[in-house]
Design a binder for this molecule. Structure first.
Ligand code: HEC
Length: 296
C-alpha cells in the first residue's frame, strides 16, 4: 500500500513537469501564443531546453514573431545556447529578417556563432543582403573568420555576390598587406623553402616543366609569369581579375593569406603568415625556371 501511494505521488508530481515542458516547446513551434502563456503560467521554465533547444529558439526557427515577442517579454534569454546555436542563428539561417531585427533590438549578440561559423557568414552564404546589413549595423565583426579562415568577404566573392561584397568592403573590411620582402630574398634559405613547399604545397601543385595541373596550376616558371595563365585551369574571378605578372611582392601578398589578401580565390588555404618562411618559399619558387629572373 505504501509503495502504491508513493507511485501515485510520483505520477502526480512527475507528469505536470514533463507536460509543461512539452507544452511550451510545442506551443513555441506552432506559434500558439495562448498556449505559451498557459504553459508559463503553469510554471514551465522560460529557457528550459527540451534536450535540443529553448522555446524562443523554436519560435524563431518556425518564424513566429508574436510568440518570439511574448517569450522575450516574459524574460527569455535571447542569447541562450542551444544545439543549433543561440536563437539569432535560427533567424539568420532561415533568412527571417523581421525576427533577426527583433532579436538584435533586444540585445542578441550580432557575433553569435555555431561551431565557429558566425551569423554574418550564414547571412552571406544565403545571399541575404538585408540580413548582412542588419548584422553589421548592430556591430557584427566584418573581419570575423571561420575556423578554417574564411571571412564574410571571401565567401561573398567566391559566390559572385557583388552587392554583398561591395557592402562589406565599404563597412570596415581590412585587407592585410604584408611588409615588402624583395630585399630579403638574396639572403633567403632556398632549401628551407623547398622543404616547406614539399610539405605544404605539393598536394595541389606540380613543379616539373611537363607536369600537369593538380587542384592548383603547375608552378614551373611562376615568378614573372602572367597571373592565372596556365592552360586548362579554371581560375577564380579574383585571380583572373588581378592584372600583370607574378612579381615577388605580388607573391608575397598572395601567399601571406590568400583568402585574406585576395578574397574569392580558390586556394582556400591558411597561406604562409610567417615572414621568414614566406621569403624562403618565394626564393625557392624563383628557382623553378630555366632562367630565374634576377633578384631585386
Ligand atoms: C588545397 C590545394 C592548394 C594548396 C595546398 C596550395 N595551393 Fe596554390 N593554388 C591552388 C588553387 C586551386 C589555385 C588557383 C587559385 C584561383 O584560381 O583562385 C592556386 C594558385 C596558386 C598560385 C597562382 C598561380 C597562377 O597560375 O597564377 C600560386 C603562386 C600558388 N598557388 C602557390 C602555392 C604555394 C606556394 C602553396 C604552398 C604554400 C600552395 N599554392 C598551396 C590550390 C592550392
Amino acid at each position: 500500500m505504501r509503495r502504491f501511494l508513493l507511485f501515485i505521488l510520483l505520477v502526480l508530481v512527475h507528469i505536470p513537469i514533463v507536460s509543461h515542458a512539452a507544452d511550451i516547446h510545442d506551443a513555441a513551434m506552432t506559434g500558439d501564443v495562448a498556449a505559451i502563456t498557459a504553459a508559463l503560467d503553469a510554471g514551465a521554465g522560460i529557457d528550459e531546453s527540451d534536450g535540443t533547444a529553448t522555446p524562443l529558439y523554436f519560435a524563431v526557427w518556425m518564424g513566429h514573431i508574436e510568440a518570439a515577442k511574448l517569450l522575450i517579454e516574459r524574460g527569455a534569454d535571447v542569447n541562450a545556447q542551444t544545439s543549433g546555436g543561440p536563437p539569432l542563428m535560427a533567424a539568420v539561417g532561415t533568412g527571417k529578417i523581421d525576427l533577426l531585427k527583433l532579436l538584435l533590438e533586444r540585445d542578441a549578440d550580432p557575433n553569435s556563432n555555431r561551431g565557429g561559423e558566425f551569423a554574418l557568414h550564414v547571412a552571406v552564404t544565403l545571399d541575404c543582403l538585408d540580413c548582412v546589413k542588419a548584422l553589421v549595423e548592430a556591430g557584427a565583426d566584418v573581419n570575423a573568420k571561420t575556423m578554417d579562415g574564411k571571412t564574410p568577404l571571401h565567401l561573398a566573392k567566391s559566390r559572385g555576390q557583388r552587392e554583398v561584397a561591395d557592402y562589406l568592403l565599404s563597412h570596415g573590411v581590412v585587407l592585410p598587406t604584408p611588409a615588402p620582402i624583395s630585399m630579403k630574398l638574396a639572403t633567403a634559405d632556398v632549401e628551407k623553402g623547398r622543404t616547406y613547399f614539399t610539405r605544404r604545397c605539393t598536394s595541389c601543385h606540380n613543379v616539373e616543366p611537363q607536369g600537369g595541373n593538380k587542384l592548383g596550376p603547375n608552378l614551373w616558371s611562376v615568378v614573372g609569369r602572367d597571373k592565372a595563365s596556365v592552360a586548362n585551369m579554371r581560375y577564380s574571378d579574383t585571380l583572373l581579375g588581378w592584372e600583370g605578372v607574378w612579381t615577388y611582392e605580388d607573391l608575397n601578398r598572395y601567399l601571406f593569406g590568400p583568402m585574406l589578401t585576395t578574397p574569392g580565390v580558390k586556394m582556400e588555404t591558411p597561406g604562409v603568415p610567417d615572414d621568414t618562411e614566406r621569403v624562403n618559399l618565394i626564393a625557392y619558387l624563383r628557382t623553378l625556371s630555366d632562367k630565374p629572373i634576377p633578384l631585386p
